[in-house]
Design a protein around this ligand. Structure first.
Ligand SMILES: [Zn+2]
Length: 258
C-alpha cells in the first residue's frame, strides 16, 4: 500500500510543495518543520513503525524530532547522514524562512542493501550529488522508484552550492540501470512516466556538460559561460542570495568532472 501526502510551504511569494509517502509500515521522510501543523495532522492518523529518510535536508527531516518524542519509532538514514541529524541545523536565512531549522534527532544507519515491507522489496541505492547521504528506493518487481530529490525537474537551470552536477549525472545513470517505470518524487509527487523524465534529465545534463566543458576548454571564462547558457536569473536565485544559481551549475560541471 502506498499513500502520498502533499503539504505546501509558502514564504515571500515562493510556494514549495513537499510530498510525504507511506509505504506499508514505512514513512518516507518527515517533511519540513514549517509545515508541522499539516504533517502532525497526517501522521496522527497513520500506522507506521519506522521512518526512512531519503537524505538529511531540513525539508525531509523537519518533523523527525517530534516523531521521536511522540511515537518512539526507529528512524533511519544513510550512514553518512547519521551525525548530521544528531545536530540542530543552522540554515542560511532564506532556508530557515522557507523550511525552518530542524531540531536534532536520533537517526540509525540504514544497514544492508535491501528494505522489505509487507508488499515491497526495495533496493537501497546510494545516489550522492544533491546530498552526500542521498538514497533512492527501487522495487524492480513492482517497477517503482522513490527518488527523493534526485529528479525534481527535467531541465534544472540552477544548482545549489552544495550540489555536484557530475555526481547527480552518475547517480541518475546508476538508477537507470534498474528496472522501474513509475517514480515518486519528493517535490513533484507521483510521476507515471518517471523513468522517461529521469532519462530526459540525464540527456539534458549530459548535453549541458558537453557544451560547458567545450566552452571552458576553448578558453571562455566561467562567468561568460554562465551568462551565455543561463542569461536570466530566477526568483529563487535572488531569494537564496544565490546559494541556488547557474553559477554553481557551471562551476560544478567544470570542477567536479570525472
Ligand atoms: Zn534536498
Amino acid at each position: 500500500m502506498i499513500n502520498s501526502y502533499k503539504v505546501e510551504v509558502k514564504t515571500l511569494g515562493i510556494k514549495m510543495p513537499v510530498y510525504l509517502f507511506q509505504i506499508d509500515d514505512i514513512l518516507l521522510d518527515s517533511g519540513p518543520k514549517s509545515a508541522e501543523k499539516d504533517v502532525k495532522a497526517i501522521l496522527k492518523k497513520l500506522q507506521v513503525n519506522r521512518v526512512i529518510h531519503t537524505h538529511h535536508h531540513e525539508d525531509h527531516t523537519g518533523n523527525s524530532r517530534w516523531i521521536e518524542d511522540e511515537f518512539m519509532i526507529p528512524q533511519y538514514i544513510h550512514p553518512l547522514g547519521v551525525s548530521i541529524c544528531n545536530k540542530q541545523t543552522r540554515l542560511p536565512l532564506y532556508r530557515s524562512l522557507l523550511w525552518n531549522n530542524r531540531k536534532s534527532f536520533h537517526a540509525l544507519p540504514i544497514e544492508g542493501e535491501y528494505i522489505k515491507t509487507a508488499s515491497y522489496y526495495f533496493k537501497v541505492v546510494h545516489t550522492p550529488g544533491h546530498a552526500e547521504d542521498h538514497i533512492v528506493l527501487i522495487d524492480e518487481e513492482k517497477k517503482i522508484c522513490f527518488s527523493g530529490d534526485l529528479y525534481l525537474f527535467h531541465s534544472p537551470t540552477a544548482h545549489f552550492s552544495f550540489e555536484s552536477v557530475p555526481k547527480i549525472i552518475r547517480s541518475i545513470e546508476l538508477v537507470l540501470t534498474h528496472n522501474f517505470q513509475e517514480v515518486y518524487c519528493s517535490h513533484s509527487g507521483y510521476l507515471k512516466n518517471g523513468r522517461r523524465l529521469l532519462e530526459k534529465k540525464l540527456d539534458y545534463l549530459l548535453s549541458l556538460q558537453e557544451k560547458v566543458i567545450k566552452a571552458h576548454d576553448a578558453g571562455i571564462p566561467m562567468n561568460r559561460i554562465r551568462k551565455d547558457f543561463f542569461p536570466k536569473n530566477k526568483a529563487l536565485q535572488y531569494f537564496s542570495f544565490f546559494e541556488s544559481s547557474p553559477k554553481h551549475t557551471v562551476n560544478s560541471l567544470i570542477n567536479d568532472r570525472r
